[in-house]
Design a binder for this molecule. Structure first.
Ligand code: UDP
Ligand code: MG
Length: 311
């Protein structure tokens, strides 16, 4: 008998909790030869999410709950869930039922065949705004052109992974995790599992632009140092341009091509241009330095307020 663990992060999902549990449980109890556990991670929701989860956990001992002291973000919530899993394979799934739990048996079959990371690849995405689709596409293009590891596009965190992959991920102390990148980075036997992504069951997305930008930055900076190298390129280009400007300024002075006003223009162009280059450079540097600072503090990635059905 094998055991499957399901990890579900939840942030203000009171409208979704019961439907999510019911649909999942129906699939899980009907699995032959599998025990199961569900680990819900309440990521600091202040609505009825925790109350509803507590009720479910009281009725079903296979349901475990981890509740954060505040909102630490989706990736931290999944990370916490992974620390507590006891199964032989682990499914990560969103609470909003965009990723259908009914696909679990099919994914388990792939795991039994020896695949170790079965990641959901979205063939289509229903009910998501043009803006979200466009930004997601741009993000994966940029990420893959910069990153040293291939990170599959149209892929979220919906995936079934083998215990040993989770053990590997759990052994990584880094913060600001970009899990889908890490799951790709660790290697092992990967399988792209195509599926159709549904519309959110209820409620609104919990990923506003700000959180998407943070996730994108974690993805790019966590998996590439190329932005640092671009700095060098920018520096060389700016030196070439300033040299051309210098030659032009000298020649125009010697041959009296220009009056004073034209000189003023070229100075302004140069100053603003190089100020811009420097600001961009400092900004990129600060992103890395900020993360070094984060890691060096060794603060915990999340704080658990309480747990239910977990010793
Ligand atoms: N989520 C979370 N913490 C957050 C934001 C989101 O735990 O700070 C959870 C959320 O409850 C959901 C999953 O992460 O289960 C994905 O979020 P959502 O469905 O809102 O993102 P989208 O599908 O719109 O990208
Ligand atoms: Mg969603």
């Amino acid at each position: 008998m094998s055991k499957i663990s399901v990890v579900i992060p939840m942030y203000y999902e009171e409208e979704v909790v019961n439907e999510c549990y019911n649909r999942l449980e129906k699939v899980l109890i009907n699995l032959e030869n599998y025990e199961y556990e569900i680990i819900f991670v309440n990521d600091g929701s202040k609505d009825k999410t925790l109350e509803l989860l507590t009720k479910i956990a009281k009725e079903n001992k296979n349901v475990k709950v981890i509740s954060f002291s505040r909102n630490f973000g989706h990736q931290a919530a999944v990370t916490a869930g992974l620390k507590f899993v006891t199964g032989d394979c682990i499914l990560i799934i969103d609470a909003d039922l965009q990723d259908p739990p009914e696909l679990i048996p099919e994914m388990l079959k792939l795991w039994e065949e020896g695949n170790e990371v079965i990641y959901g690849e979205r063939k289509s995405r229903e009910g998501e705004s043009k803006f979200k689709l466009f930004t997601a596409k741009m993000f994966y293009k940029t990420l893959n052109s910069l990153s040293d590891v291939e990170i599959p596009k149209n892929t979220g965190d919906f995936r079934l992974v083998d215990r040993k992959v989770v053990d590997t991920i759990n052994s990584m102390p880094e913060h600001n995790k970009f899990l889908r990148g890490l799951f790709s980075w660790v290697g092992y036997k990967q399988y792209a599992f195509e599926y159709e992504r549904k519309e959110r069951f209820a409620g609104k997305t919990k990923y506003p632009l700000k959180k998407m930008v943070k996730l994108a930055a974690d993805g790019i900076i966590g998996f590439s140092t190329k932005p640092l190298k671009i700095l060098g390129g920018l520096g060389i280009i700016s030196i070439i341009i300033s040299f051309i400007l210098l030659v032009y300024a000298l020649l125009s002075f010697a041959f009296e091509w220009n009056n004073l006003e034209a000189g003023w223009t070229s100075i302004m162009v140069a100053i603003t241009f190089f100020a811009g280059v420097q600001l961009i450079s400092i900004w990129i540097l600060s992103e890395y330095v900020g993360r070094i600072y984060d890691e060096s503090k060794q603060r915990p990635e999340y704080i658990i307020d309480k747990t239910i059905n977990i010793d």
